[in-house]
Design a protein around this ligand. Structure first.
Ligand code: SAH
Ligand code: SF4
Length: 358
């Protein structure tokens, strides 16, 4: 484990809460607006050092440099796919690595963030799931992904999705804290409408998010229409089966004009038949939702197949005929393995061998 960057006595002003930052500023005898100014520099303006904070007096910048630090996770690897998708591998202070993916579209620039190193849920179709959980990310590390990538984008990040490594609702406190910071008008100031949290279906987490907020968009990876198959794909389905999950979604306090996104990874020959599509339509009846169909993105050693084009089209048509909005989301950046967890696994490659920890 690499511990070289850790200096616990010197506070990292990018990692501490705003109230701790205010207390720190007060200890230095600074006026209260200085804490806001520093937080704004770090979050809204992406400052990686005190030297950049040009509207602070030089003596203060030097004083801050001696008493505090700003940690931004370094990008240790970056890949760009032909479609413009960029994938970053970031190194955390303890030497573990985490990935995030930047996805450009005509009108949007979406950053896909991780919430855990690895994931404990162990979905059979997901490379991250094979790694198990190394640890939760702190809220500063979740936000740190935005701070690390932001200066490299050349244009404003418009949307945030929590669809990278990990299950956000199994790291609830840190994720909620990060979301508050991302929506804070003093900091990143993202609208909660432009943030989407994706969950494998942690029912108590969905209920808690509904109660406590912040009111970000909710996406749920349903991926199957029978409990028998869903439990095989997503083991937590044993604990929170489909009817309980859908009941939680129906009870979710959706803001007006918003819809829940139902994600459905299409696995060739397993969940992509006409019958599955009809069952899905029946299950979703009365739920304010749209459906994202995601053709399975294979990886070395995966036991599933991509669906053929025909079945994807038929699946979508059946849902559309039943008046659902159904979109096919081709995996972006396939060539660089931008799907969930795949960069991380690449980094572990030794010679020609792909080592995936299980
Ligand atoms: N843990 C959360 C968020 C991260 S996964 C969740 O499961 O929702 C984000 C999305 O990627 C999920 O919808 C998941 O079903 C999908 N996914 C994972 N592995 C995939 C693969 N190999 N091909 C296509 N989609 C995949
Ligand atoms: Fe975890 Fe989501 Fe991957 Fe399942 S699909 S293992 S919940 S990251």
């Amino acid at each position: 484990m690499n511990m070289r960057n850790i200096s616990p006595q010197i506070p990292d002003l990018a990692a501490i809460s705003f109230s701790d930052l205010s207390a720190f500023a007060q200890e230095l005898g600074l006026a209260s607006y200085r804490a806001r100014q520093i937080r704004r520099w770090i979050d809204a303006r992406g400052a990686a050092s005190f030297a950049e904070m040009t509207d602070l007096p030089k003596a203060l910048r030097e004083q801050l440099g001696a008493r505090a630090r700003i940690f931004t996770p370094p990008v240790v690897r970056e890949n760009t796919a032909p479609d413009g998708t960029r994938k970053f591998l970031l190194e955390l202070e303890d030497g573990l690595t985490v990935e995030c993916v930047l996805i450009p579209d005509e009108n949007r620039l979406t950053l896909c963030l991780s919430t855990q190193v690895g994931c404990p849920v162990n979905c059979s179709f997901c490379l991250t799931g094979r790694m198990g959980l190394a640890r939760n990310l702190t809220s500063a590390e979740i936000v740190g992904q935005v701070r690390a990538v932001w200066p490299r984008t050349g244009r404003r990040i418009t949307n945030i999705v929590l669809m990278g490594m990990g299950e956000p609702l199994l790291n609830f406190e840190n994720t909620a804290d990060a979301l508050r910071r991302l929506t804070d008008p003093m900091g990143f100031a993202f609208s909660s409408r432009r943030i989407t949290l994706s969950t494998a279906g942690i029912v108590p987490g969905i209920e808690r998010l509904g109660r406590e907020g912040p009111p970000v968009n909710l996406a749920v990876s349903l991926n199957a229409t029978t409990d028998e198959l869903r439990t095989r794909l997503i083991p937590i389905n044993r604990k929170w089966p489909i009817d309980r999950l859908l009941a939680a979604l129906r009870a979710y306090p959706l803001p007006p004009r918003r819809r829940i996104t139902i994600e459905y990874v299409l696995l060739g020959g397993e969940n992509d038949t006409d019958e599955d599509a009809r069952r899905l339509a029946a299950l979703l009846k009365g739920l304010r939702c749209k459906v994202n169909l995601i053709p399975f993105n294979p990886f070395p050693g995966s036991l599933h197949r991509s669906p053929d084009r025909n079945s994807v089209e038929r699946f979508q048509r059946i849902l559309t005929e039943k008046r659902y909005s159904a979109f096919v989301r081709e995996s972006r950046g396939k060539e660089i393995r931008a799907a969930c967890g795949q960069l991380w696994a690449e980094e572990k490659k030794t010679g020609d061998e792909l080592r995936v920890e299980s």
